[in-house]
Design a protein around this ligand. Structure first.
Ligand SMILES: [Zn+2]
Length: 65
């Protein structure tokens, strides 16, 4: 993988988007409008699609939610 040469995917960069993953019960709760913490959040570079960071740390998840 040579993506680093075409793009700098800094976590603070504007090209980074986040993707949240929820457990089955998390999705179920969301259907009812209940706020739930994701089980995992990936930060993905919009330009090259590289997953820059991935966290399952509850402290980090709370900040992003
Ligand atoms: Zn990138």
């Amino acid at each position: 993988m040579n993506a680093a040469s075409t793009c700098d995917h800094e976590p603070a960069n504007r090209t980074i988007r986040t993707r949240s993953y929820y457990s089955f019960w998390g999705w179920f709760a969301l259907l009812f409008g209940v706020t739930v913490l994701p089980t995992r959040i990936d930060r993905i570079c919009r330009r090259c699609g590289t997953i820059v960071t991935s966290t399952t740390d509850p402290e980090e998840l709370r900040k992003e939610a």
